[in-house]
Structures are given as C-alpha cells and as structure tokens.
Write a protein that binds this ligand. Structure first.
Ligand SMILES: N[C@@H](CCC(=O)N[C@@H](CS)C(=O)NCC(=O)O)C(=O)O
Length: 206
C-alpha cells in the first residue's frame, strides 16, 4: 500500500493527503516532522536527504517534493480527472501549481511562520508586512482569474487546484487583513464542499 510520511498540519503533506482523498486511494500515513521527529533519522535521510515531509513510498518507488508527488499520483491514477487529458489544460494546471510554489508560497511562508509558529515577541512584523503586500497582490490576481470559472483551469477540478487550495485556506484563516475578493471567497467555499478537502486541508492552522 502507498506509504506517506508527514504530520497532518504540514501544508505540503496536506496537498498529498487531499490528492489521495480525491483519487480515493488507500494509504498508510506515518507521523513525521516537527514534534514527531523521524525525518531527521539516518534511515529517513537516506531516502530524503532534505529531511523534510512529505515523502512517499509507492511499492518501493520513493518520491519527495509535494507537488511532484501530486503530479505523479494524478498521472498514475487520475488521467482524465485530476490530470487533464488535454495537453493545454494539463499545462494550465501545471502553470497554477508552479505559480503557487514560485509566487504565492515565498510570501505566504514568512507570514505563516511569524504569525502562527513564532511567539509574539519574536515575530518579524516588518517581514510580515512586505510579504502581506506580495501575497495580497497574488490573491487579487487569482480572484480576477477565477471570475467565471469554478476551478483554476475551468469548470472541472484538477491537480492545479491542490497547491492553491491549501494556500488559500491559510490566507482565509490567518489573522491578517484581507480585501474583499468575491471570486476567491466563492472558490474557497467550493473547495470546502469537497469531502477530501474538508477531511485533509480544512483544518486548524496549528
Ligand atoms: N519543497 C518541499 C518542502 C517540504 C517542506 O518544507 N516540508 C516542511 C513541512 S511543510 C518540513 O518538512 N518541515 C520540517 C518538519 O516538519 O520537521 C515540498 O513541497 O515537499
């Protein structure tokens, strides 16, 4: 059976768990990361020298990097659904996945770490402010893109929604200012209506 290492409150682990939920794939999850340790053991680092979660073992095939895992599982089990058959729609899904990693995440990460995982007296609020500007600009772009679309590539849910779906959960749940972005709010609600998102991604931030 597919094995997944990672704690459930990791945004990157949530991408993989949610993907499995959408694909109705059975898996065994092994607690790893932060208070659970495991990821810093020599055995784990022999498989993933980055000592990070998530990591999977699919019948002896070991893979790390959350978005690559989502693509692999989608190509293996979800061609025509999570992984669109149409080359251009598939590239569109890839585009939004990469945009999340290269544009959204670099601003989301410092806000999350400071506001959620750092004691108030140790927070770098100047960094939070600059990151917030960048993140708000990205959320406005996504809001505009979602006008007239149910999901990022059109009217069907694809792997392209997975990284953004976990990111916007943090955008809506963190204690930050948010301008009114109606298309994004409707998208978040739509994702919350998906049982696999509710189970694996729509969780408390801590
Ligand atoms: N680019 C990697 C990043 C993985 C990553 O940063 N994982 C974090 C959790 S979100 C981690 O393992 N942190 C150390 C820990 O939990 O102990 C991916 O997308 O999988």
């Amino acid at each position: 059976m597919l094995k997944i290492w990672g704690r459930i409150n990791s945004i990157n682990v949530q991408k993989v768990l949610w993907c499995c939920g959408e694909l109705k794939l059975p898996f065994e999850r092994i607690e790893a990361g932060m208070q659970f340790g495991v990821n810093n053991t020599p055995e784990y680092k022999a498989k993933n020298p980055n000592a990070l979660v998530p990591m999977i073992d699919d019948d002896g095939f070991v893979l790390w990097e959350s978005q690559v895992i989502v693509r692999y599982l989608s190509r293996k089990h979800g061609v025509g659904s999570l992984c669109p058959m149409d080359l251009k729609i598939c590239a569109d899904a890839d585009r939004w996945m990469d945009w999340n990693a290269t544009t959204v995440w670099p601003n989301l990460r410092p806000i999350f770490w400071n506001l959620v995982r750092t004691a108030p007296e140790k927070r770098d609020m100047a960094l939070v402010a600059t990151s917030h500007k960048g993140l708000a600009a990205s959320m406005a772009i996504l809001d505009q893109h979602l006008a007239g679309r149910d999901y990022v590539t059109g009217n069907a849910f694809t792997m392209g929604d997975i990284p953004l779906g976990v990111s916007i959960h943090r955008w809506f749940r963190m204690d930050i200012e948010r301008e009114d972005l109606p298309n994004l709010a409707a998208y978040y609600k739509r994702l919350q209506g998906r049982p696999a998102y509710a189970l694996h991604a729509d969780l408390p931030l801590n």
